[in-house]
Design a protein around this ligand. Structure first.
Ligand code: DQA
Length: 148
């Protein structure tokens, strides 16, 4: 099984960007953590980041068809990108939305996610660990579907 993990704008700066909110783990370290966790389930990870809405939509359209699940941290696009949401809603596989911070306890404008209605589940506020819980959920659901 393959899990597509997508990261939106500014997450390339993870580790140095507002560490009191997003922590000190870098995106490379997070990728390794996700890869390790997926490997423990015998799953593969395709881990990507882009600052461009267009590139993210392209990946969802092209790579989403080969994925068993998509884990996405849409970053600021969470709050207004109907284009991203529509691309995700076309995917047959389950979508897991992840936020490092608790978007519901921050500024007013962050409290709306236009992506959540098309997600199977949302994890917010648990730091980068949230990605690992999403990998667990994606892989366990897949195992259950296959009766193992
Ligand atoms: C974020 C929260 C968003 O509001 C913000 O724009 C991000 C990161 C998070 O992971 O907590 O870039 O998605």
């Amino acid at each position: 099984m393959k899990v597509l993990i997508l990261n939106g704008p500014n997450l390339n700066k993870l580790g140095e960007r507002e560490p009191s909110i997003y922590g000190t783990t870098t995106l490379d370290e997070l990728e390794q953590m996700c890869r390790q966790r997926a490997t423990s389930f015998g799953a593969e990870v395709d881990f990507r980041q882009s600052n461009s809405e267009s590139e993210l939509i392209g990946w969802i359209q092209k790579e989403g068809v080969n994925a068993s699940a998509i884990i996405i941290n849409p970053a600021a696009f969470t709050h207004y990108s109907y284009a991203l949401r529509e691309a995700l809603s076309e995917c047959a596989c389950p979508i897991y939305e992840v936020h490092i911070s608790n978007i519901y306890s921050r500024e007013e404008w962050r409290r709306t996610s236009v992506v959540s209605p098309v997600a199977k589940g949302v994890i917010a506020g648990l730091g980068v660990q949230g990605y690992l819980f999403a990998v667990d959920a994606a892989c366990q659901e897949r195992d259950e579907d296959h009766g193992s």
